[in-house]
Write a protein that binds this ligand. Structure first.
Ligand code: PBG
Ligand code: ZN
Length: 327
């Protein structure tokens, strides 16, 4: 049946019709908020991140207060990033018992009901800013695995619900799973940044957490933006190694990857709307070229592609204003 019997515009006749026919929805529990916690800041302090308008580096107490405020607005989960005072060659402040993230996990688990997810990587904690151990100017894979599993274990010991390795070393999911299981943390989930691209959209984040590499780049471990077959293999391997959940990153430029991964593997799949995606939209809005509707459109599009969860700096704004899409 076609025109004139069929009229697609009947489906869009008015807001009420459009709303009941809306295929994709964003729910408050789909959102994960990234919290940046800076060890050096005193209680009560927060610092504006100039490359990410409206986002802050928080002291521990401020981070906990912000998390509590967002929980009241309906937030279900946070992902934590630390900015330590001390950096060294092996990122040792990433796995200290009283490291900034370990302290934050304790407090958040004591004072909120939030699901606490932690980013597991070395780059914020190493003097060279690389995601792994560096030997002779190279990031050495197998040596790095021991450090990553120590970090993940220290997060689990502090009470993290989900550890999320973002380093893109080969074999890290299996190494982390084994370390967790051996120490009685069979119930700690692993969300692997399975397909993480070597993206220019991370630039504001690296400024926010001071993790830019002092030499070279991340192209020997993060993926080329040109590849998708390789992303499927990355995801498949992480699942074989024991990943409970999959993360695709960035989100909006990689909707095809989100869709293929969700359709093929059917695992809980999260997408990371990264710092550059946030700052790009904010810049457009601040310049008056875009409106807040672009934020809602980007998030609903990420869900439509197949993401179950979205890590987004827009989480507070969306929770304050309501998750409903103005269709
Ligand atoms: C660290 C890490 C990065 C992001 C999350 N974890 C940056 C990178 O790989 O350099 C990016 C987050 C963002 O841009 O919002 N491995
Ligand atoms: Zn890293």
């Amino acid at each position: 049946m076609k025109f004139p019997t069929t009229r697609m515009r009947r489906l869009r006749k008015n807001f009420q019709i459009r709303r009941i026919l809306q295929e994709t929805r964003l729910n408050p529990e789909d959102l994960i908020y990234p919290l940046y916690i800076k060890e050096e800041l005193d209680e009560g302090q927060k610092e504006h991140i100039d490359t990410m308008p409206g986002q802050y580096r928080y002291s521990l107490s401020e981070a906990v207060d912000e998390a509590k405020r967002l929980e009241k607005l309906g937030l279900s989960s946070v992902i934590l990033f630390g900015i330590p005072i001390k950096k060294d060659e092996t990122g040792s402040s990433a796995y200290e018992e009283d490291g900034i993230i370990q302290k934050a996990i304790h407090r958040l688990k004591e004072e909120t009901q939030l699901v606490v997810i932690t980013d597991v990587c070395l780059c914020q904690y190493t003097t060279h800013g690389h995601c792994g151990i560096v030997e002779g100017g190279e990031i050495v894979n197998d040596e790095t695995l021991n450090y990553l599993s120590r970090i993940a274990l220290s997060h689990a010991e502090a009470g993290a619900d989900i550890v999320a390795p973002s380093d893109m070393m080969d074999g890290r999911v299996e190494t982390i799973r084994k370390a967790l299981d051996k120490n009685g943390f069979q119930d700690t989930l692993i969300m692997s940044y399975a397909a993480k691209y070597a993206s220019s959209f991370y630039a504001p984040f690296r400024d926010a957490v001071c993790s830019a590499p002092s030499f070279g780049d991340r192209k020997t471990h993060q993926m080329s933006p040109a590849n998708i077959n390789e992303a499927i293999r990355e995801v498949e391997l992480d699942i074989m190694e024991g990943a409970d959940m999959i993360l695709i990153k960035p989100a909006l430029p990689y909707l095809d990857v989100i869709k293929d991964v969700k359709n093929k593997f059917k695992l809980p799949t999260a997408a990371y709307q990264v710092s550059g995606e946030y700052s790009m939209l904010m810049a457009g809005i601040q310049a008056g070229y875009l409106t807040d509707e672009s934020i809602h459109e980007s998030l609903i599009s990420i869900k439509r592609a197949g993401a179950d969860l979205v890590i987004s700096h827009f989480a507070p704004k969306i929770l304050e204003e309501g998750t409903e899409f103005k269709c």
